[in-house]
Design a protein around this ligand. Structure first.
Ligand code: ATP
Ligand code: MG
Length: 579
C-alpha cells in the first residue's frame, strides 16, 4: 500500500460510521457471547469475477474483524463445480489483495470440508433427520407446494435408517445417475417457510471439481454447506445479504441438529480451551447501483457475447475492470464505507461512486498535460532549435508532490478545441490575433492561421511574449490558460474515453426487454494521435494522472505496447450526467 493509500484508509477507519452490524458486534463483545472473539469470512462462489457489490461485503467483513482485533477468512463457496473455475479463484484472490485486505491464514474452500460434510450427513441420517429421496427434480417441485399450499410428503420419507445409509453410501460410490436420488433433510413439508420443506442436502453430479477433481460425484447444497463450513472455521458472525434471511432457520436447524461435540472436534479451534459457540447469521442489504448491472449471469453473458472485451473491460462494474479503468483501492473502500450498511434495500447513484474516485484522484493524482486532438503551433519568434526546461508543480494544492521538468520548444501542440476562428461569445481561449497563456509557460499571440487546400486549419503561427514567464503581461489582461505539449518531445499515445456502459438507470428492470438495448453508444470513444508530455511515461511515473482540463487517466497495462501506449480515461473532471 502506498503512503497516500494508507492515509486515506486510516482516515476512512477513523470516521467509520456505526451501523447495525458494528453495534451488534459491540454488544456481543460486551456480553462475552463468543469469548471475546470476532471472526468473519468472505465467501465468494468462484463462478465469476468480483464486482463492486462484493466489495461492499469484503469491506464490511474485513473491517469489522480488523476493528475488533479479529480475523476474516477467505472461503470459496465451491459446491457447484459446473459453473466454477480456477480462473475465477485466482482473480478473486488477486482482487481482494488489491483492495488492500489480507485474509486470515490459508485460503479456505468449502470443498476442503467435503469429507466432514459427508460424515455429518450420515449423522443426520442416523438420527432420522435425513433421507434418500428418489423423486425426480420435477416431482420434487410438485411435492414442495406453494407459498399458500403446504407440500406433500415424498413416498421415500419413511425409508428406514439402514436403507438410507446404504443408499447414501452407494450415491457416493457412483452407482447412480445424476438426479436419480438426492439426500433431503427431514423437517416439515407443511412448514410455512418453503426452505424448511425437506430441503435437498446432496445431489448426484458426475462432474469433476476444480479443487477435488474426480473424488466426488455427490455435491452438497449451498445451505447445507455454508453453516457447517462457518462452524468448522469457528466463525462468530456470518454476514450475508438479505436474500438469505429466509434460509436462516435452515442454517440454525442444521447446526442445532448436529452433535456439537463432533462439530467442535473438527473445527479450527478444535480442542483449544475456548468458548465454542455456533456461528450466527446476520443479513444486510445488497449494494445496488444504477446505470449498471450486477447480476453475474448477465455480466458473464456480456463477456461471452462480446458486448465487452472481457471481465476486466474498464466499463465493467467488476473490480478487475475498475482497476484497469484507474479506480484506486482507497476510492472503492471509501465508497463502500460511505454507502453504509443497513437492512433496507436502496439504489445508490452511480455519481456517488464517480465522486469517490474523483475525490481521491483530485487529491492524489499528479497533473500532466496531454493534447487529445493536436493542432500544431509554431512560435515564430523563437529559434529553430529553441529548447527550454520549465519546472511545473505536480499538484496545484500540494507542493509536497514535487515538480517536474517540461520541455518547451519552438513547435508545440495545443488542442484543436482551444482555437476558434469564429469564437462564440465568452470564448476565452485562442483566436486569430488574440492572446492566451500556455499553462506554466508564456503568453502567446496568434499571428497567422495556415490552412490546407480543403480549408482545414493545419497550423497556427504565433509569437511568444518573452516577458511573461511567471509574470502577468504588461498593460493588458490575458484571461485564458490552455494546455500544450512540445511537438518534438511529446509522445504520441492512444486514448480510450470511457463512460457509463448504460444510458438508463435500471437496465435490468422488468420494463426493459433486453439490457443490451440500453447500452450507451458512447461508453467507449477511441482517440488516436494524442500527444502527452514525456514525464508521464517515465518508469517511475504515477499510475494515475489528471491530464489538465481533460480528466483523470491511467495507462492501460493490458493493451499498451512500447510503440503505442494506451491511456484509459478513469473519469471526467466534472459530473456530466447530473441533470
Ligand atoms: P450468485 O450467488 O448468484 O453467484 P452472488 O453475487 O451472491 O452471486 P457470491 O459469490 O455468492 O455471489 O457472493 C459472495 C458474497 O458477496 C456473499 O456473501 C454475498 O452475499 C455478497 N454479495 C454479493 N453481491 C452483493 C452486493 N451487491 N452487495 C453486497 N454484498 C454482496
Ligand atoms: Mg451467492
Amino acid at each position: 500500500m502506498t503512503e497516500s493509500e494508507k492515509e486515506s484508509r486510516s482516515v476512512a477507519h477513523a470516521v467509520a460510521p456505526s451501523n447495525f452490524i458494528r453495534n451488534m458486534i459491540a454488544e456481543d463483545l460486551a456480553a462475552d457471547k463468543h469469548g471475546g472473539r470476532v471472526h468473519t469470512r468472505f465467501p465468494p462462489e468462484p463462478n465469476g469475477y468480483l464486482h463492486i457489490g462484493h466489495a461492499k461485503s469484503i469491506c464490511l467483513n474485513f473491517s469489522v474483524a480488523a476493528e475488533n482485533k479479529g480475523h476474516c477468512n477467505l472461503r470459496f463457496d465451491d459446491t457447484n463445480p459446473a459453473k466454477e473455475s480456477q480462473e475465477y479463484v485466482d482473480a478473486i484472490k488477486d482482487n481482494i489483495k488489491w483492495l488492500g485486505f489480507e485474509w486470515h491464514g490459508e485460503v479456505r474452500y468449502s470443498s476442503g470440508y467435503f469429507e466432514y460434510l459427508y460424515r455429518f450427513a450420515v449423522q443426520l441420517i442416523e438420527n432420522g433427520l435425513a433421507y434418500v429421496d428418489s423423486l425426480s427434480p420435477d416431482e420434487a417441485r410438485e411435492y414442495r407446494g406453494t407459498l399458500t399450499e403446504p407440500g406433500k410428503n415424498s413416498p421415500d420419507r419413511g425409508r428406514s435408517i439402514e436403507d438410507n445409509l446404504e443408499l447414501f453410501e452407494r450415491m457416493r460410490a457412483g452407482e447412480f445417475e445424476d438426479a436419480s436420488y438426492s439426500l433431503r433433510a427431514r423437517i416439515d413439508m407443511a412448514a410455512p417457510n418453503i426452505n424448511m420443506r425437506d430441503p435437498v442436502l446432496y445431489r448426484i453430479r458426475h462432474i469433476a471439481h476444480h479443487q477435488t477433481g474426480d473424488q466426488w460425484c455427490i455435491y452438497p447444497t449451498y445451505d447445507y454447506t455454508h453453516c457447517i463450513s462457518d462452524a468448522i472455521e469457528n466463525i462468530t458472525h456470518s454476514l450475508c445479504t438479505l436474500e438469505f434471511e429466509d434460509h436462516r432457520p435452515l442454517y440454525d436447524w442444521i447446526l442445532n441438529n448436529l452433535d456439537i461435540a463432533s462439530l467442535r472436534e473438527v473445527s479450527d479451534l478444535g480442542k483449544q480451551d475456548v468458548k465454542y459457540v455456533l456461528p450466527q447469521q446476520t443479513e444486510f442489504a445488497k449494494l445496488k447501483l444504477n446505470y449498471t448491472i450486477m447480476g453475474k449471469r448477465n455480466l458473464k453473458e456480456m463477456v461471452d457475447t462480446g458486448v465487452v472485451t472481457g471481465w476486466d473491460d474498464p466499463r465493467m462494474p467488476t473490480l478487475a475492470g475498475m482497476r484497469r479503468r484507474g479506480f484506486t483501492p482507497a476510492s472503492i473502500r471509501n465508497f463502500c464505507e460511505s454507502v453504509g450498511v443497513s437492512r433496507s434495500e436502496s439504489i445508490v447513484d452511480m455519481s456517488m461512486l464517480e465522486h469517490a474516485i474523483r475525490e481521491d484522484l483530485d487529491r492524489n493524482a499528479p497533473r500532466a498535460m496531454c493534447v487529445l486532438k493536436p493542432l500544431k503551433v509554431s512560435l515564430e519568434n523563437l529559434d529553430e532549435g529553441h529548447r527550454e526546461i520549465l519546472s511545473l508543480q505536480n499538484h496545484p494544492k500540494n507542493e509536497l508532490m514535487g515538480r517536474r521538468d517540461v520541455p518547451f520548444t519552438r513547435d508545440i501542440y495545443i488542442d484543436r478545441a482551444d482555437f476558434e476562428e469564429e469564437p462564440p461569445a465568452g470564448f476565452k481561449r485562442l483566436v486569430a490575433g488574440g492572446e492566451v497563456r500556455l499553462r506554466g509557460s508564456y503568453v502567446i499571440k496568434c499571428m497567422d492561421v495556415v490552412k490546407d487546400a480543403n480549408g482545414e486549419i493545419t497550423e497556427l503561427k504565433c509569437s511568444v511574449d518573452k516577458d511573461t514567464l511567471g509574470k502577468k503581461p504588461e498593460g493588458r489582461k490575458v484571461k485564458g490558460v490552455i494546455h500544450w505539449v512540445s511537438a518534438s518531445e511529446g509522445i504520441p499515445i492512444s486514448i480510450r474515453l470511457y463512460d457509463r456502459l448504460f444510458n438508463v438507470e435500471n437496465p435490468e428492470s422488468k420494463d426493459i426487454e433486453d439490457y443490451r438495448d440500453c447500452l450507451n453508444p458512447n461508453s467507449l470513444i477511441e482517440v488516436t494521435g494524442s500527444i502527452v508530455e514525456p514525464s508521464v511515461l517515465n518508469e517511475s511515473a504515477s499510475p494515475n494522472f489528471q491530464f489538465e482540463r481533460e480528466g483523470y487517466f491511467c495507462i492501460d497495462h493490458k493493451d499498451s505496447t512500447e510503440n503505442d501506449p494506451i491511456f484509459n480515461r478513469t473519469i471526467t473532471l466534472r459530473d456530466s450526467w447530473s441533470a
